[in-house]
Ligand binder design. Structure first.
Ligand code: DOR
Ligand code: ZN
Length: 420
């Protein structure tokens, strides 16, 4: 079976490629980028961009245990609709992904899904920081990364042990940086808006102390660490400084941190509540500078589904927002259309870079690579309509917004898994 993507603007930052060309796909793999006349199936991509399928390295699929919010199949359909072809599933499931059996359950169920699922296992059992996860067991079952995401690893010794072991196992530590006593149950950024709303705030320092700790260990032991969902200006500066000093640190931010601020919370709508929280304009601007100068390597969504009922009460709702169906559009709208990043830089941060950080066979259109491809119109705009989303939950902070950049096709191993 052969497939031809005809006359696309092919952008592949992994090989510095940006030209009008055809992509020839054979048996689920990219055979060649060039000029071809026909194949078993042809996709006319004139006026569209074809790029490596996006790699979202921070996703909560809620399966096992909270499948009323999302499950592996629905989450992967949301991924496909957003052009995401590979994703890293976080371990704060129920049961926690802290054992081989749960890792295998996720990988098994994902086999027929519309995206490739990679698994992050937890660092401590039940994310409780009482007992360490058996890292050999979760590695043998197929996990590629380690994280207690949703929570920091409170037991510092367990974090250090995992950071030292992970490179030997070929696994990446992806760190949720937060100091819980400082965050102290706050529900949004600490500052003027929290004061106005008379709700408890979360200081920047809750995140910054976590970032500092993780960097200190990476520095001290000469091992890598990846910092998740950076939201504060000072965390960006610490990562920038650490990179300059040669510390093996990489980092991601999420679309909401480069596009929105705490002012959204004036709506008293819990869909704008996530952890870490939306911050101030000065933080948003430093996040953008971090994306521009390479301090922030990747854009990941922290896709965190919660049902409308769970999100109904502003103050007691759980943290998190969905993101996979709008991440490319948010990047195009807030970073590319504004001239802050080139489309090539955006694609690199959403495909090649996260693939490299996790060591995945993804994020490239090189000959022989799996034909995981997103085809999109960078200029088409649309209004984000929550009723038209493909996942089970609707908690997006971009609802009702006009965004640019529309996914037209998503291909997984050469198979069309989404078509608009
Ligand atoms: O907002 C968040 N939601 N932050 C996290 O760290 C966890 C996530 C979730 O699982 O809902
Ligand atoms: Zn997190």
């Amino acid at each position: 079976m052969t497939l031809l993507i005809k006359s696309a603007r092919v952008i592949d930052p992994s090989q510095n490629l940006d030209k009008i060309a055809d992509i020839y796909i054979d048996d689920g793999k990219i055979r060649e980028i060039g000029e071809f006349s026909t194949a078993d199936e042809v996709i006319d991509a004139r006026g569209l961009i074809a790029a490596p399928g996006l790699v979202d390295m921070h996703v909560h699929l809620r399966d096992p245990g909270q499948t009323h919010k999302e499950d592996i199949i629905s989450g992967c359909s949301a991924a496909a609709a957003g052009g995401v072809t590979s994703l890293l599933a976080m371990p704060n499931t129920n049961p926690t992904t802290d054992n081989g059996e749960t890792v295998k359950y996720i990988l098994d169920k994902a086999k027929g899904a519309n995206a490739k699922v990679y698994v992050a296992a937890s660092i401590t059992k039940g994310l409780k920081s009482e007992e360490a996860t058996d890292l050999d067991e979760v590695k043998a079952a197929g996990a590629v990364a380690l994280s207690d995401d949703g929570r920091p690893v409170e037991n510092t010794q367990m974090l250090i042990n995992a950071m030292k072991r992970a490179p030997k196992l070929g696994m990446k530590i992806v760190a949720h940086c937060e100091n819980l006593p400082i965050a102290d149950g706050g529900i949004m950024n600490e500052g003027e808006v929290a004061g106005q709303l008379e709700v408890k705030g979360i200081p920047d320092s809750a995140e910054d102390c976590g970032t500092q700790r993780e960097i200190a260990f990476a520095d001290a032991f000469g091992v890598p660490v990846h910092i998740c969902h950076v939201s504060t200006k000072n965390s960006v500066r610490m990562i920038r400084d650490a990179k300059k000093r040669g510390v093996k640190v990489t980092a991601e931010t999420a679309p909401h941190y480069f596009s929105l601020t705490e002012r959204e919370l004036l709506k008293r709508d819990a869909d704008y509540r996530m952890n870490p929280p939306l911050r101030r304009e000065e933080d948003r601007l430093e996040i953008i500078r971090g994306l521009q100068d390479g301090t922030l390597d990747a854009i990941a969504t922290d896709h965190a589904p919660h049902t409308p009922m769970e999100k109904a009460d502003f103050e007691t709702a759980p943290n998190g927002s969905i993101g996979m169906e709008t991440s490319l559009s948010a990047g195009i709208t807030y970073l590319v259309k504004t001239g802050l990043l080139s489309i090539n830089q955006l694609i690199e941060k959403m495909s090649a870079n996260p693939a490299e950080i996790l060591g995945l066979n993804a994020g490239t259109l090189k000959a022989g690579a799996p034909a995981d491809i997103v085809i999109f119109d960078p200029d088409e705009n649309y209004i984000v309509d929550v009723e038209k989303l493909h996942g089970k939950s609707k908690n997006t902070p971009f609802k009702g917004q006009k965004l640019y950049g529309r996914v037209k096709y998503t291909l997984l191993d050469g198979r069309v898994v989404f078509r608009r």
